[in-house]
Structures are given as C-alpha cells and as structure tokens.
Design a protein around this ligand. Structure first.
Ligand code: GLN
Length: 489
C-alpha cells in the first residue's frame, strides 16, 4: 500500500480494497518499524485512527476529496491543537498548541489523516537536521548520511514511506534541499501562496510552507489543499488558486529553459553536474530550448540571507522569554535571571548563534552597514531574476552542491554548512516558487553509495502550475522519483 500514489490510494479507498483505518495502521506500523530514522518527534496514533474512522465514513457517504483518508504528517513547526508543537527545540518541548495552523486546518478539512509531527532542525535553522533537540534524522539511502534540513523528518518520512505525503517549510531551502538529499519532490511556493498563520516564525519575510511528496502529481494534490488566501496572515496573497493538477500533461515543446552560469561553476560536484546535464538533455528531447544566462548577483545571496534571516529571527525569537509559554528555568532569582537562564538553557547552539548575529546586525551603528545594505542587495537579486525570467519561462539549476554528506561531517564549520544552500537561498530572497525533483542517483566518490541528486526548477511568481507540469512531464519519461532506498521498498 505504501508504494501507491495519492490517486491510486483514493481509488483503493473507494473500491473498498482497503479502508483508511487499515491504511493508517499500515503506515503507523512502518513508522514504528523504522523508528531508528528518527523522522517523527510525536506519533499521534489515537488521533490518527479517529481521523481515519471519520474519513472512512466520509468516503462511504460519497466524498470525492482526493486526500480524504490519506495518511500524511506535519512538520513540527505547524501548530496542532492539543498536540505538542516543538519546532525541534527544547524551548517548546512542553508546548501544546492551543489552536491549529491554517495549513493544518485545511488538511484536516480535506480529510487527510495526520500520523504525527515530523522532526526538524531547531526553529528551522539548519541544512542537515543535526540541530534538532530530538536528535539527528538519518537518511534512508545511507543511514550514516544526513537527511538535509531543516525539513529532514519530512523528507525522510516520504522517502522511507512512513507517510504518503507531508508538509515542509522553506526559508532558504528547507523543503528543496532535504527533498534533493532524500530523492523526493518538494515545492516551495511563491511567498504568500500558503498561509503562515500558526507556523512558528523563523524569518517572516522568507518563510513559506509547501508540499513534499514522491511525485509532482502528489505534490500538486497536496498544494491544492494547502494554498489560498488567509485573512489571518497579513502577507498571504489574495490570488486565485488554480487547479494544480489540470495542466500536468501540457506538452513542453517550445519551453525556454535558462541555465545561469553562476549555478553551474566551481563548487558543484562532478557527479551532480553530470546527472543534471542528463536531466537537461531529457528536457531537450521533450522539446525545450536551452538558453545560457548570467545572473551576477546570485553569488551575494548567502551573505545577504544570513544577515536578513538572522535579523528577523533575533526579533521573532524574542517572544520565547520563559514567561508566557515554553521552557522556564528552575528557581529564577529575579526577572533578568528568568529571561537569561530560560533562553540560555532552552535554545540550542545554532539558534543562539543566529540570534547573536541578528541582534548585532540590527544594533544602532551597524544597522545601515549590514541590514540596510543586505536589503538593497536583496532588491538587486530580485531584479536579476526578473530580467532572467523575462527571457525564459523557467530557470534550472542544482539544488545542492554535493550529495547528502556524512552525519557530523560539517557540524564544526558553520560556514561550510551555510554554503549548502548556495543554490536555494536566492529564490527565497526574491520570493519566487521553485521545485526540487529527483534527477539521478550517483556517488560523489568511486565506490561510494549512490545517493539521490535533485534538479531545481525556478519560475516566476505564482507559476506553481507550470513548475508542476514541467516536473510531471520529466517524471513521465524517467523513474528517478520511483526509486526506493534499499530496505524501504
Ligand atoms: N539552511 C538555511 C538556514 O539554516 C535554510 C533553512 C530553512 O529554509 N528553514 O537558515
């Protein structure tokens, strides 16, 4: 049952081949069996079985919603009523959300069955899921390798088939990068497409929730349920939600694909470059025209991002003060002691590093030199994309410079870790949508384990339909998205 697509499962549920309760039990058993991957922070077995029973009733009554009765899981950054919402942090280890995030609400309404909450880097800061209070998430393709981050638990749950599809969030690459490392499909929508209400904030001008699934078709179905205007989120955009599955089969003849030289130069490992060249040739065969581009500001994206994201996080995370909710230190002697020890003990090392960097960048005297400068360059990066996307329909690039690296390999060097997001971060700065799809399996070294490789497709604002169509067409002529890690078939 776990290898079927959403459409196949929806069909199976309606033909009474299996019930949602049976399907849910099957996935719960897999989750238990593969506990060592550490993909889940919380498994909500009883709630899942109740939701499955309710879905079976809906289906028996003729409900046609594709997600009704389908086992999914939520990244632990989305508030879930009555269920722990930890955000991967000790700070929120005792936090039971008093309400549902809009995304959770929407998926519940669609009849999806939530199996639990997925592990992630603390407050979504990280590229390897090694920053979680709940421990590292292992990559099912090679358990000594990282899953990617921050949505590592999400990517692993899909790759190991512990859930049919899941939610993730992406501030600088957190949907696409773990998707690439684990060989699944992940879409970061246009900023404002999916509500941020009830999604714990990291860097509010960059954060965006989106679907992670095995195929573009499944991602389209999940996005359909997640997207839409939300008056509770002031940055949500009131733009009509199209039918994301309606254009999946559009032919690609005449499609103009741009390749920015800056994304294919030094830093990109040889095996990834080769796999991507093959993928791009596949698009040529599908009728696309390839156009070389130059986007000179892309190389500035990482420093700009780390100023802006840190600045926003230092402000967003000031709410965790040990007073209102979350972790509180033992026996504070006074208010200052309460604040400093609660924050000192509740936050992990990387989160503290970002808060310090951000507070510094925002302080009087440095604001103009760092924050303001970064905002100006952010505009230049957006303009670069605007010019590029005036010449081509989409831009293609790698998702990551290397395959999933070994656990512990980069933890001592934050700059090396930050460079992992070289190809994903600029897209968040511009607010554009981008999808990561599996486009190969290869080893960086002779004799190494072949690991998934991702291809990134970047489009103009609100072109999710086109990105899904382009991804789906590739998935009709290749089977990278159907490959399974050994032992998880
Ligand atoms: N790796 C980046 C960071 O640590 C991006 C994380 C994300 O997209 N949430 O900030």
């Amino acid at each position: 049952m776990h290898t079927k697509t959403i459409k196949e499962l929806a069909q199976g549920l309606r033909s009474r081949e299996f019930s949602s309760v049976e399907l849910t039990r099957h996935f719960l058993a897999r989750t238990e069996q593969h506990k060592d991957l550490n993909a889940f922070v919380t498994v909500t077995e009883d709630l899942a079985l109740q939701a499955a029973e309710a879905a079976d009733v809906r289906i028996a009554n003729g409900d046609t919603a594709l997600l009704a009765g389908i086992p999914i899981a939520q990244k632990d950054i989305f508030c879930t009523l009555g269920v722990k919402t930890s955000c991967g942090s000790k700070m929120l280890d005792n936090f039971i959300a008093p309400y549902n995030a809009t995304v959770v609400e929407k998926l519940n309404e669609a009849g999806a069955v939530m199996l639990g909450k997925l592990n992630m880097d603390e407050f979504a800061m990280g590229s390897s899921n090694e920053n979680s209070y709940y421990g590292v998430v292992k990559n099912p393709w090679d358990k000594s390798a990282v899953s990617g981050g921050s949505s590592g638990g999400s990517a692993v749950a899909v790759a190991a088939k512990l859930a049919v599809c899941v939610t993730g969030t992406d501030t600088g690459g957190s949907i696409r990068q773990p998707a690439a490392f684990c060989g699944i499909t992940g879409l970061k929508p246009t900023y404002g497409r999916v509500s941020r209400y009830g999604m714990v904030a990291y860097a509010s001008s960059l954060d965006q929730g989106g679907p992670m699934a095995r195929s573009a078709e499944d991602a389209a179905i999940l996005l359909q349920a997640m997207a839409g205007f939300d008056e509770k989120d002031s940055t949500s955009v009131d733009h009509p939600v199209p039918d994301y599955t309606a254009s999946l089969n559009q032919p690609l003849a005449g499609l103009k694909i741009g390749l920015p030289a800056e994304f294919f130069g030094t830093g990109l490992s040889h095996n990834i470059a080769t796999d991507l060249a093959n993928a791009i040739n596949e698009y040529r065969r599908l009728g696309a025209e390839i156009i070389d581009l130059s986007m000179p500001t892309l190389k500035l994206a990482i420093p700009v991002y780390y100023v802006i994201a840190s600045a926003e996080c230092s402000s967003n995370l000031s709410r965790f003060d040990g007073v209102r909710y979350g972790y509180r230190c033992e026996n504070p002697v006074d208010l200052t002691d309460l604040y400093t020890r609660s924050r000192g003990e509740g936050f992990g090392k990387e989160v503290k590093r970002r808060i310090l960097m951000g507070t510094y960048a925002l302080s009087a005297g440095y604001y103009d030199a760092y924050y303001l400068k970064a905002q100006k360059i952010r505009r230049l990066i957006s303009d670069d994309f605007k010019n590029a996307l005036a010449q081509v329909d989409v831009i293609m690039s790698p998702v990551t410079p290397t395959n999933a690296f070994g656990i512990g390999e980069k933890t001592t060097d934050p700059i090396q870790m930050y460079l992992e997001d070289l190809y994903t971060i600029a897209i968040n700065l511009a607010g554009l949508p981008a999808i990561s799809i599996p486009a190969g399996l290869s080893a960086a070294k002779e004799g190494g384990i072949a690991m998934p490789v991702g291809l990134q497709i970047i489009g103009n604002y609100f072109t999710e339909t086109k990105l899904l169509n382009i991804a789906h067409q590739y998935q009709q002529v290749t089977d990278w998205h159907q490959r399974m890690p050994y032992g998880f078939e």
